[in-house]
Design a protein around this ligand. Structure first.
Ligand SMILES: [Zn+2]
Length: 753
C-alpha cells in the first residue's frame, strides 16, 4: 500500500505542479483490472482522492483516485493501479519489420500484383527484402499503395525484369508491434482549444468545422414536385489511447462531436416519394498511431429523405447544436462503450418557419457511421466498431385544411384532433463491433441501441380546444356572460368567439371576434362574451366559435343553461317574481294585489273589476245585474282592461288563467301552514321555489267570510258554459282545488307573468 500511496503523490506532484523537462505531455496509468487510462496533462482539470469506492463503501484509507476532465470523471481504484508512467513509451516494432518509406524501399517500387510487390532490379542488395520480413507501407498518399500495405515475405525472385516479392497477409498485429503505447488527439484546426496533440509526427486535421454534407435534391414526381436541401455541420475532437502488448490489448476512443442540421423543404405531392438516399460521404480518415498509422477512424454519412402521404409544405429548420461524447473501448477481445448527449453552452435555440398541409410523415436526415479499426490494404486485420446514427428532423401530420360541406359541428369534431408533430431531431443509434486481433475473434455483436430523446418535440393543431365554458348568469338583468379559454398551439392563427343557440339549434346571437387572433396557449387568451335580452327559464346553448375563411364553425364543448328566476323573495321589496320551475315557464308573484307582503291579504275584487269596494253583490257589480244578465267581457280577461293584476301592477303582470292554476296544482306540492301568524297554503314547485297564499277568505255583501280558513283566488278564465261564473283557485287546510265562482264575489288576485 505504501508503494501505491507513493504513486499517487508522485502522480499529483507531477501532473499538477508542472512537468519536468524530460517528462512528456501525457501520462499513463497501467492497471491490473483490465482497464487502461491515458491522459493529456492539460485536459485534466483536477485530481482528487476518495475514501469511498465505486460502490459507495467507505474505508479508513484512500481507495479511489478521481481524475476529472472536461467531459468525464474517472474513478480509478488505487488497488488496480499497477504503475504510472509520465514518459512516452517507445513504440517497438518487431525486428523483422521493414518500414518501406523510412528504409528507402518505396523509391524502387514499380508495381503491385495482388499481394506481390514488384521492385526495380536496381534495388541495392542491402534493401532487398528477405523471406520472413514484414513489409509495412504507411504512405497513404502514394499512387501505388494509396491504402498502405503490410505483408510477410514468402518468396523473392527476379522475373520479367523485376524483383518480385511475394507476400502473404499478416494476421497478427504482434507480427508488427512488440509494444505500442500512446495517446493521441486529433481536433479541428479551427477549434479554439489548445493545439493539436500528436505524440510524434505532424498531423493536423485539414478540415474546418465540418460542413459534412449539403444535399441539394430536386425530384420531379408524376403528380407533384419536391425540392429539398439540407446541410449538416459539426466539429469533433477524437482522443485515442492504446496499450498494445502481448499481454494487453487495449484501445480507447473518445469522440466529442457536435452537430447542427439545417433543412429547407419545398414539397408538393399527392403520393409521397418513398425513400431517397444520397451518396455515401466520408470524412478523410484519421490514421494512428503517428509512428505507424495502421489504425483508422472514419466518419461517414448517408443523407436520406423519406416521405409518405399527401403533403404540401414549405419548411425551414436550423436545429440547435447537439453535442455528444461517444466512447468505445476494446480490451482483449471485448468491446464496451456508448454515447451520451452533453450539455451545450450558451443560447441554443432552433429556428423554424413552416407552412403545411400534411397527411403523412416526412423525415430528412443523415445516417452517420463511425468506424474504428485496422484498415491497411484491404482490411488485413479486423477490428471494427460501428456506431450508426440516424439523425434528422421528422414531421408527422394528419390533417387537411379542406372545409367540410357537412354539418359544422361535425366539421369541428372531425378535424379538431388533426395535428402536426415536429421532432426536430430524432437520433436512433446502433452500436456494434467485431474484432479479430491477436488471434482472438469476436463475432460481430450489438452492444447497445436506442434512441436519444431530444426535448424538441412539438405539436401544432389546426383547431384549438376549449376549456369548459363558465356561465355567469344575471337573471335580474336577463343577461349571461360565457367564458372559455382556448388551449393548444395552433398552426395558423384563428379568430375565436362565442355563439348562442336556442333549444332547436338556431343561431341566435352574432359572435364578436377580437381583432387579435388566437395562436398559442398559455398567453392568457380568454374568450368572454355577454349575451343580453335573454328570457328566464328558457334553454340556451353556448358554443365556442371559430371563424375560418368567411364561415363560422361552432366548436366544443357546449354548455346549455337557463336563466332561473328567484325561487324565494330575495328582499322585502315586494312584489317579486317567483320561479317555481313550472313547465310553461310561468312565474307567480310573491304576494296578492293590494298586499305589501306575501302573507298580506291584499284587496278583494269581483271578476272583471279592478278596484276593491265595500259591498259585493249584483247591485254593485259593473258587468251584470243578475245571474241571467251578465256582460260579456271576454272568455279570458288576462292582460285586458278587466284584469285587476294588470290594472294595478302593470304589464306584464296578469291574472293566472285556469290552465295556469291547474299547472300550479299539478306540478306543485302544497301544505297548510302559518306564515307570520297568517294561515295559508305554501306551494312548492319542481325547482324548490315556494309561494305562500294566505287564506284571505272572500267578500260577499259587506261581510268578509272564512278569513284564516279558506282562500279564494280568481283566474282570468270565464266558465263559458255558465257565463255568470268564472274559474278560480280555492283551498283550505284539507287541500287546494280549481273551482268556479259567481263573478260578483270579492276574491283575492295573485298575479302571474
Ligand atoms: Zn316578495
Amino acid at each position: 500500500m505504501k508503494r501505491r500511496l507513493y504513486l499517487i503523490l508522485l502522480f499529483a506532484a507531477v501532473t499538477l505542479s508542472g512537468m519536468a523537462q524530460n517528462v512528456g505531455e501525457a501520462f499513463y496509468i497501467y492497471r491490473n483490472d483490465g482497464e487502461f487510462n491515458a491522459f493529456f496533462r492539460d485536459e485534466v482539470q483536477s485530481i482528487d482522492y476518495s475514501y469511498e469506492d465505486a460502490d459507495g463503501n467507505t474505508y479508513d484509507e484512500i481507495v479511489t483516485q478521481i481524475v476529472t476532465t472536461a467531459d468525464s470523471v474517472y474513478r480509478i481504484p488505487i488497488a488496480a493501479i499497477d504503475s504510472l508512467s509520465f514518459v512516452q513509451p517507445e513504440t517497438v516494432f518487431q525486428s523483422n519489420v521493414i518500414q518501406m518509406e523510412q528504409k528507402g524501399l518505396s523509391a524502387y517500387l514499380q508495381a503491385i500484383d495482388g499481394m506481390a510487390l514488384l521492385f526495380d532490379t536496381s534495388i541495392p542488395q542491402s534493401l532487398q527484402p528477405k523471406v520472413g520480413d514484414i513489409l509495412l507501407s504507411t504512405d497513404f498518399g502514394s499512387s501505388l499503395l494509396p491504402d498502405g500495405f503490410v505483408g510477410k515475405v514468402v518468396s523473392t525472385q527476379i522475373q520479367a525484369g523485376t524483383f518480385r516479392v511475394e507476400c502473404e497477409m499478416v494476421s497478427d498485429i504482434f507480427a508488427i508491434f512488440e509494444q505500442l503505447v500512446s495517446i493521441e488527439q486529433i481536433r479541428d484546426r479551427n477549434n479554439s482549444a489548445p493545439g493539436l496533440h500528436r505524440i510524434s509526427d505532424e498531423w493536423i486535421s485539414n478540415r474546418n468545422p465540418i460542413n459534412f454534407y449539403n444535399l441539394g435534391y430536386s425530384h420531379p414526381l408524376s403528380d407533384g414536385q419536391a425540392s429539398l436541401s439540407s446541410s449538416i455541420d459539426g466539429s469533433y475532437i477524437a482522443t485515442v489511447a492504446y496499450n498494445i502488448t502481448r499481454k494487453e490489448q487495449h484501445i480507447t476512443l473518445r469522440f466529442n462531436h457536435d452537430w447542427q442540421y439545417g433543412a429547407h423543404l419545398n414539397f408538393k405531392s399527392d403520393a409521397g416519394f418513398g425513400t431517397f438516399k444520397g451518396p455515401v460521404v466520408s470524412l478523410p480518415a484519421i490514421r494512428f498511431p503517428a509512428v505507424a498509422p495502421v489504425f483508422k477512424f472514419q466518419v461517414s454519412g448517408v443523407p436520406f429523405a423519406k416521405g409518405e402521404g399527401n403533403m404540401e409544405l414549405d419548411f425551414s429548420l436550423n436545429s440547435p447544436v447537439h453535442s455528444y461524447l461517444t466512447e468505445v473501448a476494446y480490451h482483449n477481445g471485448h468491446f464496451s462503450g456508448g454515447t451520451n448527449e452533453l450539455p451545450v453552452q450558451g443560447a441554443n435555440n432552433p429556428s423554424i418557419d413552416a407552412a403545411f398541409s400534411l397527411n403523412g410523415s416526412l423525415q430528412i436526415g443523415y445516417m452517420v457511421d463511425f468506424w474504428l479499426g485496422i484498415d491497411i490494404f484491404g482490411s488485413l486485420f479486423k477490428l471494427g466498431t460501428g456506431l450508426d446514427f440516424y439523425i434528422g428532423p421528422k414531421l408527422t401530420g394528419d390533417f387537411s385544411m379542406k372545409l367540410g360541406t357537412g354539418s359544422p359541428v361535425n366539421y369541428y369534431s372531425t378535424y379538431k384532433d388533426s395535428k402536426l408533430g415536429l421532432s426536430l431531431v430524432t437520433i436512433d443509434y446502433e452500436f456494434f463491433g467485431e474484432a479479430a486481433l491477436a488471434g482472438h475473434t469476436t463475432p460481430r455483436g450489438m452492444f447497445c441501441d436506442g434512441t436519444i430523446q431530444t426535448p424538441l418535440y412539438h405539436e401544432w393543431y389546426i383547431l384549438p380546444e376549449f376549456s369548459e365554458l363558465s356561465v355567469e348568469k344575471d337573471a335580474d338583468n336577463k343577461k349571461a356572460t360565457i367564458s372559455t379559454t382556448p388551449t393548444r398551439d395552433i398552426l395558423v392563427p384563428l379568430n375565436v368567439g362565442m355563439g348562442l343557440y336556442d333549444k332547436d339549434g338556431n343561431h341566435l346571437n352574432s359572435t364578436n371576434y377580437e381583432t387579435q387572433k388566437y395562436k398559442r396557449e398559455n398567453e392568457g387568451y380568454r374568450i368572454s362574451q355577454t349575451f343580453i335580452s335573454l328570457e328566464t327559464n328558457k334553454d340556451y346553448t353556448a358554443k365556442p366559435m371559430i371563424k375560418i375563411l368567411d364561415g363560422e364553425v361552432p366548436a366544443l364543448p357546449e354548455e346549455t343553461f337557463k336563466l332561473e328566476g328567484e325561487s324565494t323573495c330575495p328582499d322585502a321589496n315586494h312584489p317579486h317574481m317567483i320561479d317555481l320551475g313550472l313547465p310553461s315557464g310561468t312565474k307567480w308573484a310573491c304576494c296578492n294585489v293590494g298586499a305589501s307582503a306575501p302573507e298580506g291579504y291584499g284587496n278583494y275584487y269581483t271578476w272583471g273589476e279592478t278596484q276593491p269596494k265595500s259591498v259585493y253583490n249584483w247591485d254593485t257589480y259593473q258587468y251584470g245585474s243578475s245571474g241571467d244578465n251578465v256582460v260579456n267581457i271576454g272568455s279570458d280577461i288576462a292582460g285586458t282592461q278587466y284584469d285587476a293584476a294588470t290594472a294595478n301592477w302593470g304589464v306584464p303582470w296578469r291574472m293566472p288563467s285556469k290552465a295556469q292554476i291547474q299547472e300550479l296544482l299539478n306540478n306543485c306540492s302544497s301544505t297548510w301552514t302559518t306564515q307570520n301568524g297568517v294561515n295559508g297554503r305554501k306551494f312548492t314547485g319542481p325547482n324548490g321555489g315556494t309561494i305562500f297564499l294566505p287564506a284571505a277568505g272572500s267578500r260577499w255583501g259587506d261581510e268578509l267570510g272564512s278569513l284564516g280558513s279558506w282562500g279564494d283566488y280568481w283566474s282570468s278564465t270565464l266558465n263559458e258554459g255558465n257565463p255568470n261564473y268564472a274559474y278560480g283557485l280555492g283551498f283550505d287546510s284539507d287541500g287546494a282545488y280549481c273551482y268556479d265562482y259567481g263573478r260578483n264575489y270579492g276574491h283575492s288576485v295573485r298575479p302571474v307573468r
